[in-house]
Write a protein that binds this ligand. Structure first.
Ligand code: G6P
Length: 611
């Protein structure tokens, strides 16, 4: 998920690259770097944000008309200065930036080490840089031939831009699996992982195909395959605003992110669920698991959607691990002199890892001696830096302000934590634990089945787009889902919506119900099914309109409700991950139909760094 930018032409490359990195920053956040060729290579890289790199470079005189820049989202190697891109080969002949993963890097590295090559970083990218250089020196071939030969030995995915100090009139770019776009200017070319940094310079672009290698001089682009077959570059015209780029064909980032959820959850599983489903391994918590297992109390602190994930975490952890859990708004927790004991565990949940109140809450908890854990999406952000241990959700950058895939991946992590603790504490037998792992891993496939029915949500949106109030009801695991459904709707469509525990409806909201009030009820089959059926009848008796989210094959609610949306059956503990999806889609389509700015709703921010 890193960002790549490159430039060759007659202008100063540095401002173009720096500006490009800022545009690409949503793609990667943990480190950034720039390299230029101007006689000697100039290389600057820094852990942290693009601004940190800019401040770091600020006093340097940096000039050159050829260069590359990169903003990183760590895959191999922790985020630090050394692992930041660009990477230089051992003898300094090649400087490269890379998106993707070289899957056979360990084998290549071993072979190179046997031949005496040494490495500075823990990245797969440096292995590739050294492989290219090894072939270049040993084979006495051109840089282009060395690159193509090296790539023929590589398994995995890459988007690459390469500088060779001996051939300072060209950039070499290659793509397999990881996108690269070349911008065509007047005696200049731009290259980037998406068109965001290019569109302000030129609208003429060439999309590289898998296995393409481009040799780019300022006045010439030669395109061939890794196997040296000549290709004809096809120039396309961009017809996009900067803000619309990289939505992969979706109208909005939010819709793209809703549809990405099966993949995001699989990314959350990656390396944590044993391939034979025989166990869970939360590497980031390895050292603190014994403390977690003995914890007397867990306090979850978060804001917004992350707080809703925390509420689901409470149900999961109390149910599976039998540890008392409290869920607090970070902003309340930090100012109310909370009681925090040394044997409490505080878990901060945050997509951005930068929310000011959540950050302040964990600082308070640390002062009071609690073990503080983080569940964050943005690698290298403040909360993971300040917590004692934690788990990244690895959902990938979430750009839509209304959080979707962050929520489902946070709940996935909380479920895994609950299962690990429950198993170690003896509340989940081996059989139950393995059964839960199997059911959890089936969730992405079940979300896919929901997503193919997105048109049904669109039809509902057509019917209810003009409503002024919505009520969302759920019991147990579905009360947090009701809250999240209501939040999604109000955030992006500006319709007033409230989430309530279904049984609480009688203590107030029932007074609001009439024929103009859509009531969304999450009513899948569980032990309180009969009770929720009664709640639906109560709504219908007052002429309310019921939209019910039900288990596949439900026949009882189908007869009562005005509309039903079926979701596949799963373990009740994981059905929050399924039932939230139609609610996200409903909000999205209603907001679109009301002409709202879905990705940038008024008054909201993606990352709230002020109190
Ligand atoms: C903002 C965002 C929400 C998010 C909340 C918490 O309000 O608009 O989508 O849930 O902040 O953010 P965090 O990054 O801490 O999860």
């Amino acid at each position: 998920m890193c960002g790549i930018v490159g430039y060759i032409g007659n202008k100063e490359a540095y401002p173009i690259l720096m500006n490009g990195l800022k545009r690409l920053e949503y793609r990667g956040y943990d480190s950034a770097g720039i390299a230029l060729l101007n006689g000697q290579p100039l290389l600057y890289k820094k852990k942290g944000k693009v601004n940190d790199l800019e401040n770091y470079i600020s006093d340097s005189i940096i000039s050159g008309q050829l260069g590359i820049g990169h903003t990183r989202w760590a895959t191999h190697g922790e985020p630090n200065d050394v692992n930041a891109h660009p990477h230089t080969s051992e003898h300094g002949k090649f400087i490269i930036i890379h998106n993707g993963i070289i899957e056979n890097y360990a084998r290549i590295k071993e072979k190179l080490e046997i031949r005496g090559v040494t490495f500075k970083s823990a990245t797969d990218t440096e292995v590739l840089a050294n492989l290219i250089e090894y072939i270049y020196i040993k084979g006495q071939v051109t840089a282009e031939i060395a690159v193509r030969l090296a790539l023929s030995k590589v398994e995995g995915a890459y988007g690459l831009v390469i500088l060779c100090v001996d051939e300072p009139d060209r950039l070499i770019a290659a793509r397999k699996g990881s996108p690269l776009v070349v911008g065509v200017g007047d005696e200049e070319y731009f290259i980037a992982s998406d068109a965001t940094p290019i569109v302000e310079h030129t609208k003429s672009v060439i999309y590289l195909n898998d296995d393409d290698v481009a040799i780019i001089k300022k006045d010439e682009l030669v395109l061939k395959t890794v196997k040296n077959d000549k290709q004809t570059p096809i120039v396309h015209q961009l017809d996009l605003d900067v803000g619309e780029i990289d939505k992969s064909g979706y109208d909005h980032f939010m819709l793209k992110e809703i549809f990405e959820q099966p993949k995001s959850i699989l990314d959350t599983f990656r390396g944590r669920v044993a391939p034979d489903l025989s166990g869970l391994n939360l590497g980031g918590l390895f050292n603190v698991i014994p403390q977690m297992v003995k914890a007397k109390r867990i306090i979850i602190v978060a804001c917004g959607t992350s707080w809703h994930a925390g509420l689901l975490g409470e149900y999961l952890m109390e149910d599976m691990a039998r540890i008392p859990v409290e869920v607090e708004y970070a902003s309340e927790f930090r100012y109310r002199n909370p009681i925090i004991n040394m044997d409490d565990i505080v878990i901060a949940i945050s997509q951005s890892g930068e929310t000011a109140d959540t950050l302040a809450a964990i600082r308070l908890a640390k002062e009071k001696g609690a073990l503080v854990l983080g569940i964050c999406n943005v690698v290298g952000s403040s909360i993971p830096r300040e917590t004692d241990a934690g788990v990244y959700t690895h959902a990938g950058p979430e750009i839509g302000v209304a959080s979707t895939k962050a929520f489902t991946t946070q709940v996935t992590v909380l479920a895994m934590m609950a299962m690990v603790m429950g198993h170690k504490r003896g509340y989940l037998s081996d059989k139950k634990y393995l059964g839960l792992i199997k059911e959890l891993t089936e969730i992405p496939g079940k979300i896919e089945k929901i997503l193919v029915k997105s048109d049904a949500c669109k039809e509902l949106a057509t019917l209810y787009q003009r409503a002024t109030n919505f009520l969302y009801l759920g019991r147990g695991y579905f009360f947090p889902v009701a809250l999240e459904g209501a939040l999604k709707l109000k955030e992006i469509s500006y319709i007033h919506a409230e989430g309530y525990p279904a049984a609480e409806m009688k203590h107030g909201p029932i007074a609001l119900i009439d024929q103009n009030m859509p009531v969304v009820v999450i009513a899948t089959k569980d032990k309180s099914y009969d009770k929720i059926v009664s709640n639906i009848q109560e709504v219908k008796a007052r002429n309310g309109v019921v939209i019910a989210i039900v288990t596949e094959g439900d026949s009882v609610i189908r007869k009562l409700a005005d509309h039903v949306f079926e979701v596949p059956e799963s373990n009740i503990a994981f059905e929050g991950l399924l039932t939230v999806v139609p609610l996200q889609l409903l909000s999205y389509y209603i907001a679109v139909m009301r002409g709202c700015n879905v990705d940038q709703p008024r008054n909201l921010a993606k990352s709230v760094t002020v109190e």
